[in-house]
Design a binder for this molecule. Structure first.
Ligand SMILES: [Mn+2]
Length: 361
């Protein structure tokens, strides 16, 4: 459970943002955002937050759980139509301007809300909560660290079972089983195991293909631990690899290490992306690294900031991001190496511990 003091800091910071936006109150509907602001982790809740009050509206199933997890909120079991209950609260609080999450509410939901709240001005608050979420507090850093440790443990385990004849799906199943045995509630996204020629597909999810001697094997996976994600990629070789793949591996590793070193507070996502991209392009692989260098992660697997050619956000202390350059050559194979790191003033805190030097099994 998230400590009350941490929840209080989050709520206060959000209220300051709301004040800056000139809103009397906000309606929070996106799951990761209500989890972050209230501490409640169930699947059904809406928050109404004003400068003084905070309400959590949920249904019968979650009344008890939400009261325990969200101590700063008044818990309200909503009527069959939640909009009726929200409107009662807005009226009783005298809300005239209501901020809402225009990036996640569907168009039909928005229409039904605005139709019901006729006398209230609804205005989108964009990614305000997501921006707050991009900087992790101590609870979040500890939780993400644990999620990363679990993924590291699964990687160590899988190195012992990889052999010719087993399928990519076998490898994925072992990774996911081990993560659960180590405390994860599940995988943070669909596990990628791409071997042999399939490794040139950056997001080749595990298939029935059998592993063979000489295969490049890229595994990209992560654990979900207390609702927080980790994300790791390692590429290993089964038997002696093709010389070209060894060269590619070393270039990707150099790009990854340099990018990690350069991922410090004050730089933009674009500047850090350029560090890895310049190394890869400089070695003649322009066009073979067609995705961003990395991304923020937390309650969601892909969050702000983005480390990519379009990443204009400035990196700040305690942001959790991935650094994952890769090179993909159709008809040959691909390599990607990914760590989860925490941004600092100088050297980032690299959470991922799994070996990055070339592994030949
Ligand atoms: Mn990733």
């Amino acid at each position: 459970m998230v400590e009350k003091e941490i929840l209080s800091n989050r709520l206060n910071t959000f209220r300051e943002e709301l004040k800056k936006l000139g809103q009397d109150g906000a309606l929070i509907t996106k799951r990761e955002n209500y989890m972050y602001l209230s501490g409640f982790s169930g699947t059904s809740a809406n928050l109404v937050i004003t400068s003084k009050k905070a309400y959590l509206l949920t249904d019968f199933r979650y009344v008890e759980q939400s009261a325990v997890q969200a101590p700063l909120f008044e818990i309200v079991e909503h009527k069959p139509d939640i909009k009726d209950t929200i409107l009662e609260i807005l009226d009783s609080e005298g809300i005239k301007n209501l901020g809402f999450e225009d990036k996640s509410l569907t168009y039909s939901e928005y229409k039904s809300f605005s139709c019901k709240f006729r006398d209230i001005e609804m205005e989108g608050i964009g990614s305000v909560v997501e921006s707050l979420r991009s900087i992790k507090d101590q609870y979040e850093i500890e939780t993400i660290t644990k999620a990363v440790e679990i993924a590291d443990g699964a990687f160590t385990h899988v190195l012992g079972i990889i052999k010719p004849g087993i399928t990519e799906l076998d490898v994925a199943a072992e990774l996911e089983y081990k993560m659960k045995k180590l405390g994860a509630s599940g995988a943070s996204f669909e596990t990628i195991v791409a071997s042999g020629l399939r490794s040139s597909m950056p997001h080749g999810v595990a298939s029935e293909k059998k592993l063979e001697i000489g295969d490049t094997i890229t595994m990209d996976f992560g654990a979900l631990y207390n609702h927080y994600c980790s994300d790791i990629t390692r590429t290993v070789f089964l038997g002696q690899p093709d010389k070209k793949m060894v060269d590619i591996y070393n270039i990707v590793l150099e790009a990854q290490l340099s990018s990690v070193r350069g991922a410090i507070q004050g730089k933009t996502g674009r500047e850090v992306d350029k560090i890895g991209r310049d190394i890869i392009y400089g070695k003649g692989f322009e066009g073979k690294f067609g995705h961003g260098l990395g991304h923020g992660l937390g309650l969601e697997i892909h969050e702000n900031p983005r480390l990519s050619p379009s990443g204009d956000k400035i990196l700040k202390n305690n942001m959790a991001v991935t650094v994952e350059p890769g090179i993909y050559v159709e008809g040959l194979g691909g390599v990607r190496i990914e760590d989860t790191i925490i941004i600092r003033d100088d050297n980032p805190l690299v959470l991922t511990r799994s070996q990055k030097d070339l592994i030949i099994l």
